[in-house]
Ligand binder design. Sequence first.
Ligand SMILES: *[C@@H]1O[C@H](CO)[C@@H](O)[C@H](O)[C@H]1NC(C)=O
Ligand SMILES: *[C@@H]1O[C@H](CO)[C@@H](O)[C@H](O)[C@H]1NC(C)=O
Ligand SMILES: *[C@@H]1O[C@H](CO)[C@@H](O)[C@H](O)[C@H]1NC(C)=O
Length: 523
Amino acid sequence: MHLLKRRYGCHSRPTTFITGWTIFVLFCIACYSVVFKSHASFPLHNKDAAGSPMKGGSIPNAPGVPIYVMMPLTSVSDDGQLKKDYDGKNISWILEQWKKLGVEGLMVDIWFGLVEKEPRQYDWKPYIELCQLMKSANLKLQTVLSFHRCGGNVGDRCYIPLPKWIFAVAENDSDIFFKDRDGSADDEYLSWGIDEEPVLMGRTAVQVYQDFFISFRETFREFFGNVISQVQIGLGPAGELRYPSYQLNKWTFCGVGEFQCFDKYLLGRLQSEADKHGISEWGHPPYAKDVGFYNSSPSETLFFRDDGGMWNTRYGDFFLNWYSNELIQHADRVLTAATQVFFDLSNPNNDFTGQFHLAVKVAGVHWHFRSKAHASELTAGYYNTRYRNGYSPIFRVLKKHEATVVFTCMEMKDNNQPKDCYCSPEDLVGLIVRSSIANNISFAGENAVSFYDVESYRQISAVSRSYAVTKGKPMEAVTYLRWPEPIDIFFQKDTLSILGQKFFDFVRSMAYDQAESTDFPGL
Ligand SMILES: *[C@@H]1O[C@H](CO)[C@@H](O)[C@H](O)[C@H]1NC(C)=O
Ligand SMILES: *[C@@H]1O[C@H](CO)[C@@H](O)[C@H](O)[C@H]1NC(C)=O
Ligand SMILES: *[C@@H]1O[C@H](CO)[C@@H](O)[C@H](O)[C@H]1NC(C)=O
């Protein structure tokens, strides 16, 4: 873990996978796609339990999609200072450039580990300063309340652990963190087994989150609506609503991952669920001999193999239902707390309805998507198989709280994925988009991996156009990962770099009715 302390610039809103050779492969693919532009298209063909296939046709004068840019992960330093100098360019000047070139706003991570260094003592100073600068620049801000550790996921060039006082609790009780079946604790995020257990120096995890929301509301109320346009709530590792089933120190793309419910709190909840149904003997997670290891392939395991796999038995269904429900209930509990804080109908001073959206990020687990069992989604907590839509139940909870789903992978193409992993980022994006529309929730997109190539811009553009056609209105926003470091990748002395021009062509084309745009003739 200390290796991670080497700080470069902190980064990341990772999603997915990737190590060693995969990064190399993706790099080659990125180069390849710059050279050979192929035709961007959206999977209009696949069907799912929730929605009908997408319609073709033209966009009815759709207004554009606002583009946001993610700030560097280390835009606030460990000692709580807002970073103001980026490779010799000051932040005010950079904000001016974003605005001038048509960007709607920025996204910033607000780190639990930096803000609440002592229980219930919050340091918001650098983020207030950022809001003031954003206001002067007339830019919007998507704030991400990041209750996870920065570091250890794809693209993470940072190390911001959870607060020290959480680790003081963990010294006595390591089960506050998720554990795999070897009992190895993952200190990226608190297990939702303690959402309702008052083990954090007298508070439950949900109370810790809610107190954080209240302090955030009191501090930032003047910025809601005019600056802050979205409040994303980090609901798991990497800020995504998922289990830490593919930790990069144990897992390589595209293993099935491992279930993470071996802390005593989740194990206890599983047993009581089984008892409740009169099937006490099912009150245990699947055994190692059946599910394999982080890096197993589905066909090597009794549980995940396509035909005759245990996933498709009554026990398998019982377990997977419970496992995914725990994740869904976590979203419901934290969103309930957030809704009470930000949309308090009994107190007009605390009711910010219409000023901003709450948002939740869902991970883009696209490997093994073409198999029947969808092993890697199952271990991540999405009970989504060829026969069952696992995202709709999540979206129903988001609908209940009028929260936006944020989904990544927008730039990814199937034909850039390794052949032997049954990947389909495009079909996954299609499923998520259709399920979000079927459940009438707002949708915002992101890319999963940093890129600068035109091909990837085209893919995002194609997805958002298909979205607008199907939904009849555009996506809430697309957030580009990420603010380039060094910044002169985009902004040179007095001019835009070539890569900068490509990015701003994309921003412009997204701002208009894309059906009539000539920037992307492929669409
Ligand atoms: C920021 O940089 C711009 C251009 O380099 C300069 O004109 C401006 O005075 C700087 N502002 C501050 C506060 O340093
Ligand atoms: C850990 O346990 C010890 C001994 O029971 C106790 O004195 C200490 O306060 C506990 N620490 C925390 C953070 O709960
Ligand atoms: C969809 O949700 C919005 C609120 O977000 C509501 O105004 C609208 O009536 C809903 N549409 C349908 C078809 O339920």
